[in-house]
Design a protein around this ligand. Structure first.
Ligand code: FAD
Ligand code: NAP
Ligand code: SF4
Length: 672
């Protein structure tokens, strides 16, 4: 008897059967745009080998104006069909199934040629869209149908028609973006005509033995979004039009409510999908912040859906399902929902990958070949641990030293931050994985050069030391470092000044203002961000707006740079950190000079002329002024004539994060 009976039960679709209840949701990786079809094929084949029942590709444009950006991948020609066939063949050979997503971006397309139901510019795009006339709408439908037919010719098992997240079809559904007065606008029956017509004509064109998934926005999270009645009406009409499966979309891209970031509670929106269960007779898929087999199993056991969609977890670990089946859930590299290497890359026009798995989308380039070497690694932070796992995968004999009595390095501080609880799972995974890989761990052991003699390679991953900001009075009893606060459990007063507004300054501020973490309490989180039941409030936005819990301390966050605080935070998540602190009343002050600290608090002035002397009255001042490389052991080794490889913070501390540390550790070992 498996631990995940619901998750691992096949799903019979009549003309075909899915081997379990797991869908890999669509992700734009940027791979298709490289035109390296072998690389695309290997990406999907690795996930097919890992046991997922059905995968959905990144969005494919049906035509030039529907592309998310100029040059976005699509299926435009016979040559494209044979390229995509390389992918589908490789997936089928690996025992998998794959559907192609048809994504028309409408007014979200980053192009002056973008089209939409009405000329209403999106807040997240600089381009006002052109309103389509009747003929233009027919062209869009035909192009989407043609894309589906080509997908079938290319060997795909189905298509997913993207109808959520505020893209083209979604834009027809709500009066906020559809101001038309013809048969495509006005009443809801008219507004939903386009998505229903697309599904109907796609089904007509592809025949019965082909999967047609429709991704339906269950909760728009925008003003004047769909009502729940409209969602159900659409779902029934889409079923009648011939869809095989309904997938869930949560929130438009322009919504100001986080939907997939790490601070969003696990399975935060499965209760929404559950409302649709019983309303339609085709399978319903739920999604968002499902990242372990147990969470997925619980979602299904609770009757929230017939199937779960997980996307980013398959970047973190292509073998997610196979490991769940084998009873090795603790060896699944977890998606921590950080967005740092996936979405942040996509929005920077870089190939996506994964913070915890740099091989993701780099399968043909980052390979770990067999080796017999012996390797010593000092430091069991993310840099050292990733190096250790890569070395073990190569067959090397690995010894890891850490002066701490637990592995994880700074991840053990990150996990204390409210909203970053996923880091607990990452450290747990590393613990299980290094044990399973046979790595020798020497914890509570400060490594010396003598420990490191006799190994083929020595890797120094000793991390960082906090930067000394040299502020007068910083040795006083009212001054703490971020390490005292996050690790040492130091007592912190009711009013606090935080010096430094980098990633750690923001995290420390969050830690200091938050009582119980809303990430651990779904009802509180929904209240904090103003999410309501779509059955009672249009689009799922509570009329009273966000209602966060009161801050437990008064915090002022400071930096010397005269620019917006948090500018360097993650591209897709920085706004969430800023909004969360603002909601808690954290004051953000830039452009300061730190003059001195005394019993009154922190004395600052502004600008080069050191004007406007001001006292930030505070019981406690916390230093988060950046970090410097901890290289003392590396230097001592060099003196002894041993040349180590230096990685992570020990190499370069500036702009260091776990993504760079893990990537560097893995790549170094691949090159040894
Ligand atoms: P470290 O994690 O610092 O590990 C170094 C290890 O070396 C330590 O365990 C130390 O004990 C050991 N060591 C040092 N000298 C010796 C010696 N002589 N002998 C034996 N052992 C030794 N990054 C992100 O990407 N995303 C985030 O959301 C994020 N949040 C963070 C939140 C906080 C509060 C903090 C503090 C950091 C956060 N980071 C985040 C940064 C991330 O944790 C670091 O970039 C990363 O841990 C650096 O990895 P590392 O392996 O180089 O060093
Ligand atoms: P950081 O991002 O470099 O920020 C350091 C802060 O200290 C800045 O606000 C800087 O601003 C200030 N500072 C620098 N020198 C100073 C000085 N001499 N005196 C006073 N203030 C000074 O570093 P961090 O916050 O320590 O974070 C360390 C690393 O962990 C970062 O590289 C970060 O990427 C990573 N991290 C990432 C996340 C994440 O969510 N991705 C979260 C936490 C940490 P001014 O120079 O303007 O004063
Ligand atoms: Fe998940 Fe972060 Fe990896 Fe993206 S980069 S897949 S969010 S762990």
């Amino acid at each position: 008897m498996t631990t995940y009976p619901h998750l691992l039960t096949p799903l019979n679709l009549g003309f075909t059967t899915l081997k379990n209840r797991v869908l890999m949701g669509s992700m734009h990786t940027g791979l298709e745009e490289t035109r390296d079809w072998n690389r695309v094929a290997e990406f999907y084949a690795a996930r097919a080998r890992g046991g997922v029942a059905l995968m959905v590709t990144g969005g494919m444009a049906p035509n030039a104006e529907g592309g998310v950006f100029p040059g976005a991948a699509g299926l435009f020609s016979d040559q494209d069909i044979s390229n995509h066939k390389i992918v589908t063949d490789r997936v089928h050979d690996a025992g998998g199934k794959i559907a192609m997503q048809i994504l028309h971006a409408g007014r979200y397309a980053y192009s002056k040629d973008c089209v939409a139901p009405s000329p209403v510019k999106s807040p997240i795009s600089p381009f006002p869209p052109k309103a389509l006339d009747e003929e233009g709408i027919e062209t869009q439908i035909n192009d989407m149908v043609t894309a589906a037919v080509r997908a079938k010719q290319a060997g795909y098992d189905g298509v997913e028609v993207m109808g959520s997240e505020g893209y083209f079809l979604n834009q027809f559904l709500v009066s906020h973006t559809n101001k038309r007065e013809d048969r495509w606008g006005g009443t809801y029956e008219n507004r939903m005509r386009l998505p229903v017509e697309v599904v109907r004509r796609v089904r007509e064109a592809v025949g019965t033995d082909f999967i047609v998934i429709y991704r339906l926005s269950m909760i728009d999270l925008i003003p004047n979004g769909s009502t729940w009645d409209e969602v159900v009406t659409l779902a029934k009409a889409i079923e009648a039009a011939g869809a095989t499966i309904l997938n869930t979309g949560i929130g438009w891209h322009e919504a100001r409510i986080p939907t997939i970031a790490t601070s969003v509670p696990r399975r935060a929106f499965t209760w929404v999908t559950k409302k649709l269960m019983g309303e339609v007779n085709i399978p319903v898929i739920t999604s968002n912040r499902i990242n372990t087999p147990q969470v997925a199993e619980d979602v299904l056991a609770d009757g929230c859906a017939d199937m779960v969609s997980m996307a980013r977890p398959f970047l973190a670990d292509p073998d997610f399902v196979a490991k769940a089946e084998a009873g090795q859930a603790d060896l699944i590299a977890p998606c921590i929902a950080c967005n740092q290497a996936c979405l942040d890359h996509t929005f920077s026009m870089k190939i996506a990958s994964c913070l915890v798995n740099p091989k993701a989308a780099h399968e043909t380039e980052l390979m770990l070949t067999p080796s017999q070497k012996t390797v010593a690694i000092v430091g069991a932070g993310p840099a050292g641990l990733s190096a250790a796992l890569a070395a073990a995968e190569r067959g090397m004999t690995v010894t890891v030293f850490d002066r701490a009595t637990e592995i994880g390095g700074q991840l053990n501080m990150a996990k204390q931050v409210p909203g970053k609880e996923e880091f607990w799972g990452l450290v747990d995974y590393y613990r299980a994985a290094v044990a399973q890989a046979g790595v020798t761990l020497k914890l509570g052991h400060t490594a010396t050069p003598d420990d490191l003699v006799g190994f083929d390679d020595v890797i120094i991953a000793t991390g960082v030391t906090p930067r000394d900001p040299q502020i007068e009075g910083q040795d006083g009893p009212n001054v703490l470092s971020y390490i005292d606060v996050l690790r040492g459990g130091a007592e912190v007063g009711k009013s606090v000044a935080v010096i430094g507004a980098g990633g750690i300054g923001f995290d420390v501020a969050e830690f200091l203002v938050t009582g119980e973490s809303p990430t651990e309490n779904l009802d509180e989180w929904l209240e904090e961000w103003g999410v309501g039941d779509p059955e009672t409030t249009r689009g799922g936005l509570r009329p009273e707006g966000p209602e966060p819990e009161a801050a437990i301390r008064n915090v002022t966050l400071l930096q010397r740079k005269a620019q917006k605080l948090g500018k360097g935070l993650g591209k897709t998540t920085g706004w969430i950190h800023r909004a969360a602190l603002k909601m808690k009343g954290v004051e953000m002050v830039g452009g300061v000079n730190y003059e001195r600290i005394d019993a009154q608090g922190l004395h600052v002035s502004f600008g080069e002329a050191r004007e406007r002397p001001t006292v930030i009255e505070a019981d406690t001042i916390v230093l988060c002024a950046g970090q410097l490389p901890e290289r003392s052991l590396a230097d001592a080794l060099l003196e002894k004539g041993i040349t180590p490889h230096v990685i992570g913070g020990a190499d370069v501390a500036a702009e260091l994060d776990a993504k760079r540390a893990i990537d560097q550790g893995t790549r170094l070992v691949a090159s040894l």
